[in-house]
Design a protein around this ligand. Structure first.
Ligand code: FMN
Length: 221
């Protein structure tokens, strides 16, 4: 893959007040902005993967999937995935288990700075697997992206249609991740079968955020 590095906008000066990071931000490797993988090949090759190898994933690959999910690509903070009213009420969390050079833990992805904010240390994959009805791929994945939504923020603008709009946005984000994984040759799967309450408890999500989608990724067999 030819690597062409983007220049990112300066991180926002003021971070959200609810931030519960417990360590300085971790700057992710700059994302690659071009490759020889055609969109059509990625579409053809995209497949849900439920068996992951127990091999560490480079941080660069996790960074690339996070960029595909919510990377900043336009003026004013516009991102890789569309968002109703550009509210960006979906926040990706990285539940890292087996990423080279990154301690297992729960990290919040900060799109503006393309960095991770550590929320909790430890391997939470087993707890997450239990919250997802025991699906083995959750524990085997190198990491899981959790898309968590602040429905209230969207409801203030769009009223009763908020829930529908948030779910459409989550689908856009997840498809970006799936196609990026296909481009990188990584295994990936979107998981919707889980207990909201158990995921919230395992990840200790802020009260106003709800888990919408889990996306597990790792090396495929
Ligand atoms: C919203 C959504 C939720 C899903 N949840 C799960 C899940 O919890 N467990 C699972 O094994 N697969 C899940 N899948 C994957 C589907 O089973 C899979 O996409 C389908 O079988 C088609 O296979 P393909 O993705 O390889 O084309 C989900 C897919 C979507 C779109």
């Amino acid at each position: 893959m030819g690597r062409k590095v983007m220049s990112l906008p300066d991180p926002v000066a003021v971070r959200p007040a609810m931030l519960r990071a417990v360590a300085p931000p971790i700057r992710l490797p700059d994302p690659t902005l071009d490759s020889s993988s055609s969109l059509e090949r990625c579409l053809r090759n995209r497949r849900s993967c439920r068996d992951f190898r127990n091999v560490p994933m480079p941080l660069r690959d996790a960074s690339q999937l996070l960029w595909a999910a919510q990377g900043i690509t336009g003026l004013g903070g516009l991102r890789t995935a569309p968002s109703p009213g550009a509210l960006y009420a979906i926040r990706p969390y990285l539940i890292a288990g087996n990423i080279a050079g990154l301690a297992p833990g729960i990290y919040r992805f900060d799109a503006e700075g393309h960095e991770l904010l550590l929320a909790s240390t430890g391997d939470f994959r087993r707890q997450l697997r239990e919250a997802a009805g025991g699906q083995l791929c959750v524990e085997q994945a190198a990491f899981i992206l959790l898309l968590a939504a602040n429905y209230g923020r969207v409801a203030r603008e769009y009223g009763a249609r908020a829930e529908r709009l948030v779910h459409i946005e989550a689908g856009h984000i997840a498809q970006n991740v799936c196609l990026e994984a296909a481009a990188l040759g990584l295994g990936v799967i979107g998981l919707g079968a889980f207990s909201d309450a158990e995921v919230k408890e395992a990840i200790n999500l802020p009260m106003r955020e709800e888990p919408v989608y889990l996306i597990a990724s790792g090396w495929k067999f």
